[in-house]
Structure formats: C-alpha cells, structure tokens
Write a protein that binds this ligand. Sequence first.
Ligand code: NAD
Ligand code: DAU
Length: 357
Amino acid sequence: MQNVLITGGAGFIGSNFVRYLLKAEPRVQVINLDALTYAGSLENLKDLPDAERHTFVKGDITDADFIGDLLRKYSIDTIIHFAAESHVDRSILGPGQFMHTNIIGTYTLLESARKYWLAEKGFDKEQVRFHHISTDEVFGTLAPGEPAWTEESPYAPNSPYAASKASSDHLVRSYGHTYGLPYTLTNCSNNYGPYQFPEKLIPLIIQNAMDEKPLPVYGDGQQVRDWLHVEDHCAAIHLVVGKAANGATYNIGGGNQPANLTIVETICDILDERKPRAGGKSHRELIQFVKDRPGHDRRYAMNAEKLHRELGWSPRYDLNQGLLDTVEWYMSHPEWTAAIRKQLDYQSWMDKNYGKR
Ligand code: NAD
Ligand code: DAU
C-alpha cells in the first residue's frame, strides 16, 4: 500500500477513513476522489492529520477516461471504494441515480483497474488490491430470532439501494474470478459517528432534537439495526486491506441491536441532560410516529466472527458511549451543521421525504 485511491472520501465513512489511514500509515499517499454530490463536502476534510500526504481530486467514478488517467498519474496500487449513493429513502424516490453510480461506477473502476494493473503493468496479486465497501443490506431482512448473517448467507436485497450494492458486489467477485483482479470485500452494518449527513436516522434525530423539531419514527419504530461506530468500521477496513487474503470477504457489525425507537429515546435522554429544554419538558415529547418506509427491512444482524477469528478485530465502542460521544460531537460542531444545511438540496429533501408522511 503506497499510493491509495479512496473513492467517496468526502462522504461520511470515507472522510473518517481518510483521517484514520493518514494516522495509521505514515508513508502512504492518499488520493481522494469524490464528485462532491449533496452527500460529500470539503467541510468533512478540514484539519486532516499530515494533510500534505492527502490530495483531493474532484471527479466522477463513472467517467472511464478520467479514472484511467488518474490511476496512471498517481501510480495507484490500492483502491478503496466507498463512493456510492447511500440513502435507502432516496433510492425509493429516485432509483436511477443509484443504478448509475453504484453499478456503472463500480464497473468503471474495476475495468480501469483491470486495464492499468493487469493489461498495461502486469502487476501480480501481491502488488495491487481493490477493496470494495459494501453493506449488510444485500442479505435482505431477518425474522426475530433468526441467526445473524455470515459470509455464506444468500443475497436477497430488498430496496433499490440494496440491489444496486448487491450488483456491485457481484461485479467485484466476477472481476476477481474471471480476470484475476486482486480484491477484498467487506459488508458492514449501520454506521454512526462524526460527519454523518443529517438525512440518516441518528444525525437527523440529534439535529432535530437540538432544534426542538419533530423526531420522525417510521412505522412502529421496532425495526432493528446492528449499530457500529464509524471508527470501528475504519479499523476493520484497514485490517482487511492490509492483511486479508486475495478474494476474502468479511462481515462487519457491532452486535448492538436495539430497536430504532430505543435509539431515538436514548438520544432524547442524553440531550435532556446535556441540553435541557425550557420548562423541564423531555425531548421524548418530540417523537412522532410517521408513515413507514415502503418495503422496510425489519431486522439486520451481522455475525463478525470470521473477522475476529482470522484478523483479531473487535469493536472498541460501546453503543451508549458511542451515542454520547456522537451527540457531543454534533453539539460542539454547529458550524459544520450550518454549512451542510446551507446546501440547496437539504431542505428540499426534507420536504420531499417528510412533507406527506
Ligand atoms: P455518503 O453518502 O456519506 O458518501 C458517499 C460519497 O460518495 C459522497 O462524498 C459523494 O459525493 C460520493 N460520490 C457519490 N457519487 C459519486 C460519483 N459518481 N463519483 C465520485 N464520488 C461520488 O455514504 P457513506 O455513508 O459514507 O457510505 C460510504 C460507503 O459505505 C457506501 O458504499 C455505502 O454503501 C457503504 N456503507 C455505508 C453504511 C452506513 O451505515 N452509512 C454501512 C455499510 C456500508
Ligand atoms: O445497514 C447498512 C446501511 O445502513 C447502509 O448500507 C446505508 O448506506 C445506510 O444509509 C443505512 O441504511 P438504513 O436504511 O438502515 O439507515 P437509515 O439511517 O436511513 O435508517 C435507520 C433506521 O431508522 C431504518 O429502520 C429506518 C429508520 N428511520 C430512518 C429515518 C431517516 C426512521 O425511523 N426515521 C427516519 O427519519
């Protein structure tokens, strides 16, 4: 790992990973490629450690000529691919962009890597690596009591987002199998932490609660996600890219499985202490049950035993401490929130998704 291309490095997990990698690998050069869609922002890349080893390039992963030139220009030997359309609700209201970015974008990166690494340079499998970041949502949904997903669980994606990510996973495997492109792949559960765009449950609830706005809970709020702090995800990716065998896939999860309503109530309780409302009212009074997400997956749970056994990974964050730290991060970064919310798209998205619920 010398010249690392990170795609989507101005988004939530990508920007956390850029920070993580610059600290963990003192000799790597990081080339950060991001199209700066509504979800990406240079605000996420301020105050990077060792910033002289980070180069930001604005560009689109679906542009084949541009990607080919970029790989050559920076002699890229490792690609860590985060860039995607990532929000399930947006995929329901507008699936086309998800197919283009997540499927065609991944195909374009794979094909560019194949041409440059294998056809032009003739690198062998020890010299290069394509790491694909994917999601637990490719496995569908679990009934109560069903065992957590392993790497052998069958794919059964339910939303357009999940289907587009499943397609991208299959493309990565096919490039490994057919052309011998060296790759690894991780499927991770729901992340939370600093720099998450406030359209996803946890940052949306924190922001709305701080502003004393309604807290929208879909359906009965008893859906279950497997929450993982973003730094634990970054540590897992770093281990896999550095240590895993070519062609290996790993599930990553936090083992934290409270229902959505419990997550929302916990955030309210933290804010009741840290930022009390006038008149002693609880933030819980702001909770509103709203119309459910169509096709809403009921439960996710990941079995991360393989990653623990083979590479020694375990999550470091306890969920309660992680939520407390995250609330405190949002409370202490009002300038970040203000800049992100100024983007034209934010309010129109809120109106579109919540206006008629
Ligand atoms: P995000 O939406 O915060 O960031 C995505 C980034 O990709 C943005 O910076 C955006 O500008 C960039 N991007 C989008 N289209 C692009 C294009 N065509 N070319 C270049 N850049 C483009 O997403 P995230 O939550 O940080 O997720 C990152 C990855 O991790 C995604 O692949 C997602 O599927 C996966 N994932 C996310 C979670 C989660 O809980 N957030 C969990 C598991 C896996
Ligand atoms: O599981 C991994 C996935 O987690 C990632 O692949 C996706 O990129 C990421 O967006 C996330 O998907 P979810 O749909 O699980 O995340 P979201 O934060 O949108 O929703 C979490 C849960 O909260 C889900 O059950 C829907 C519910 N929800 C969400 C919003 C935005 C609400 O009840 N109200 C809301 O306003």
